[in-house]
Write a protein that binds this ligand. Structure first.
Ligand SMILES: Cc1cc2nc3c(=O)[nH]c(=O)nc-3n(C[C@H](O)[C@H](O)[C@H](O)COP(=O)(O)OP(=O)(O)OC[C@H]3O[C@@H](n4cnc5c(N)ncnc54)[C@H](O)[C@@H]3O)c2cc1C
Length: 476
C-alpha cells in the first residue's frame, strides 16, 4: 500500500487568520467541545477514528437486538453539518508533536498533518483484560459497534447452534452465557440476555427450550454495582436473580478459551464453567495517546493509561493542550459520559475566554448528576450523586427519559422510542440480523498478524499494562 502525506499549511491561524482548534475524538468529550465552539471565530478540525459519534451506554441494546447500530451511532459529519466552522476528518491520530504543534492522522496509508493553535484530546478508552489480552479472542468486550454486532451474532448464533445440536452437554454449553464484570455494563448485558431467553425467544425454537439458558454474571468483587452502594447493589442482585441471572461474586477469571471459562473462587478453589458465549465487561484502558502526551509534557500517566491534567484540564507547560473525558486523570473522577461532556464544554469555554482576552475560568468542577443502570424491563437503579438513591419502575422511567434525551438526533430518538415500545411492551426485537462477517471478521483480521492495524497505520496502541478499573463503573 502506498503512503501519501498531506500537510495542511502551517502557521498561526488559518489563511483567514482564525485560530485552528484540533479536536481528537468524536465521542462525548470531542462532540460537545465542538458544539460549544459553534459561534466562535475559530476553524475546528474534528478528527475521529470512526466516522460516527457513538452513544456507548446503549451498545448492549445493539448486542441484544433491541436497537440498530444507526440509532446509537449517527454520522459525525451529519450531526455537525450545520456548524460551518467544523471540518470533520476520518483518521486515527498516531502522532502528536507538542513542540511543532501538529497532530498526524492516518487512514489506509494516507497520513495528514494538522497544525493547531489549540488542541482538545478526547480519545477515550478501550477494553482492558488486565494483562490477559489473549482472552479477547474468546470473550469480546463491548466498546464499539463492531463489538456489539459481533456479540449479537454470537448470542443469537448460540441459540441457533443449540437447536441443531443433539448432545445434551453440547446444548448446555451453547446455552450458557457468561458476562464478566458486575458494573453497570455487565449488569445491563446479563439482564438483557436473560430477558431475551425468557421472553423474546421463548416460542421461537422447536427443539430447545430457550428459557433454560444459563446466564451467569461474575465478578471478583464482592458486590454488584459497587459504585451504587451496598443497598442498591444488593437490590440489583436480587432483581437479577429473579430475572434468571446467576450472580457469582468473589470469582476471579483465570482463563478463557473457546469452550468455557476458568474461575478462582474466594476459597482458592478453581472451577470451570462450560460456556460458548463469554462477554468481557470488566476494566478499561485509556487511549495510547495519553502516553505520547505524557512523554512530551512530563505529565504522569497511571496504570490505566490516563494522563494527569492540571485543574484547568490542560497539560503542564502547555495551556493550549486540553485533555478531557476517559483519558484524563483528575481528582479520581469516574469515566462516565457527564465527566467527558462537562470537560469538553469547559475546554471550549477556556478557548473562548483566551480569544476574548478574558481571565481564565475557575478550575474545572464536575457536577455529579448521578448514575443509573437498567436491570430488566421496567426495573432500574438510580443514584442521584449520593443525594437520593432508588430503584424500580420510576427509576426505569427516568432512565428511559434521560437516554432518549441524550441520543443524538431527532430521527434516532423517534426510532429508538419505537423499538423500545416494541421490545418492552411486546416481546419482539426487530434487530436480530447477524452476519458471519460480524461474528468472524475481527478474528480474521487478527489472523493477519498481531497488531496488524497498528503496523498498517503506525497507530498508538492502548496502553498495555494490566491497568486497573479506571472508571469505578466496572470491575473484575
Ligand atoms: C458499554 C458502555 C456503557 C456505558 N454506559 C454508561 C452509562 O450508562 N452512563 C455513563 O455516564 N457512562 C457510560 N459509559 C462510559 C461513557 O460512554 C464514557 O465515559 C464516555 O464515552 C467518555 O467520553 P470520551 O469522549 O472521553 O470518549 P469516547 O466517547 O469513548 O470517545 C472517544 C473518541 O475518540 C476516538 N478515538 C480514539 N482513539 C483515537 C485516535 N487515536 N485518533 C482519532 N480518534 C480516536 C474514538 O473513535 C471515539 O470517537 C459506558 C461505556 C461503555 C463502553
Amino acid at each position: 500500500m502506498t503512503t501519501s502525506v498531506t500537510r495542511v499549511p502551517a502557521g498561526h491561524g488559518t489563511d483567514n487568520g482564525r485560530p485552528r482548534v484540533v479536536i481528537i475524538g468524536s465521542g462525548f468529550g470531542g462532540l460537545f467541545a465542538a458544539r460549544s465552539l459553534a459561534k466562535s471565530p475559530v476553524d475546528i478540525t474534528l478528527i475521529g477514528k470512526t466516522a460516527h459519534h457513538l452513544f456507548q451506554p446503549l451498545l448492549y441494546q445493539v448486542a441484544t437486538g433491541i436497537l440498530s447500530e444507526g440509532e446509537i451511532a449517527p454520522a459525525t459529519r451529519e450531526v455537525l453539518r450545520h456548524q460551518k466552522n467544523v471540518t470533520t476528518v476520518l483518521g486515527e491520530v498516531v502522532e502528536i508533536d507538542l513542540t511543532a504543534r501538529t497532530v498526524t492522522s492516518v487512514v489506509l496509508g494516507r497520513r495528514t498533518v494538522h497544525p493547531y493553535d489549540e488542541l482538545i484530546v478526547a480519545a477515550g478508552a478501550g477494553q482492558s483484560y488486565f494483562g490477559n489480552d489473549q482472552f479477547a479472542e474468546f470473550a469480546p468486550g463491548m466498546k464499539s459497534i463492531d463489538d456489539a454486532l459481533e456479540l449479537r451474532g454470537r448470542i443469537f448464533g448460540a441459540f441457533e447452534l443449540a437447536e441443531l445440536a443433539t448432545d445434551q452437554e453440547e446444548i448446555d454449553r451453547l446455552l450458557t452465557f457468561v458476562v464478566v464484570g458486575a458494573g453497570p455494563t455487565g449488569v445491563e448485558m446479563a439482564g438483557q440476555i436473560a430477558e431475551l431467553s425468557r421472553r423474546t425467544l421463548r416460542r421461537d425454537f422447536r427443539r430447545i427450550d430457550p428459557t433454560s439458558a444459563r446466564v451467569i454474571l461474575l465478578d471478583a468483587a464482592s458486590a454488584v454495582l459497587p459504585s451504587f452502594g451496598e443497598k442498591l447493589g444488593e437490590r440489583a442482585r436480587r432483581q437479577l436473580a429473579e430475572g434468571g441471572v446467576e450472580v457469582q461474586l468473589g470469582a476471579m477469571v483465570t482463563d478463557v478459551d473457546a469452550n468455557g471459562i476458568e474461575v478462582k473462587d474466594g476459597d482458592g478453589q478453581i472451577r470451570r464453567i462450560r460456556a460458548a458465549t463469554k462477554i468481557w465487561a470488566a476494566g478499561v484502558q485509556a487511549s495510547g495517546l495519553g502516553r505520547i502526551l505524557g512523554e512530551q509534557s512530563g505529565a504522569e500517566v497511571d496504570r490505566a493509561g490516563r494522563i494527569s491534567v492540571l485543574p484547568d484540564l490542560t497539560l503542564p507547560g502547555h495551556p493550549e493542550v486540553h485533555v478531557v473525558g476517559d483519558m484524563m486523570a483528575l481528582d479520581k473522577l469516574p469515566g462516565v459520559a457527564q465527566v467527558a461532556i462537562q470537560g469538553g464544554r469547559y475546554a471550549a469555554d477556556a478557548i473562548k475566554r483566551r480569544l476574548a482576552g478574558k481571565q481564565p475560568a475557575a478550575p474545572f468542577h464536575y457536577k455529579d448528576k448521578g448514575s443509573m443502570a437498567t436491570i430488566s424491563r421496567f426495573h432500574a437503579v438510580v443514584d442521584l450523586g449520593g443525594r437520593l438513591k432508588f430503584e424500580g419502575f420510576i427509576a426505569w422511567v427516568m432512565w428511559l427519559a434521560l437516554h432518549l434525551l441524550y441520543i443524538v438526533g431527532f430521527r434516532s430518538r423517534l426510532t429508538a422510542a419505537l423499538h423500545w415500545t416494541v421490545s418492552f411492551l411486546g416481546r419482539g426485537r426487530s434487530q436480530r440480523v447477524a452476519t458471519q462477517q460480524q461474528v468472524y471478521g475481527r478474528l480474521a483480521l487478527e489472523q493477519l498478524g498481531p497488531g496488524w492495524e497498528a503496523s498498517k497505520t503506525g497507530g498508538p496502541k492502548q496502553a498495555t499494562d494490566a491497568g486497573g478499573d479506571m472508571t469505578g463503573r466496572e470491575s473484575a
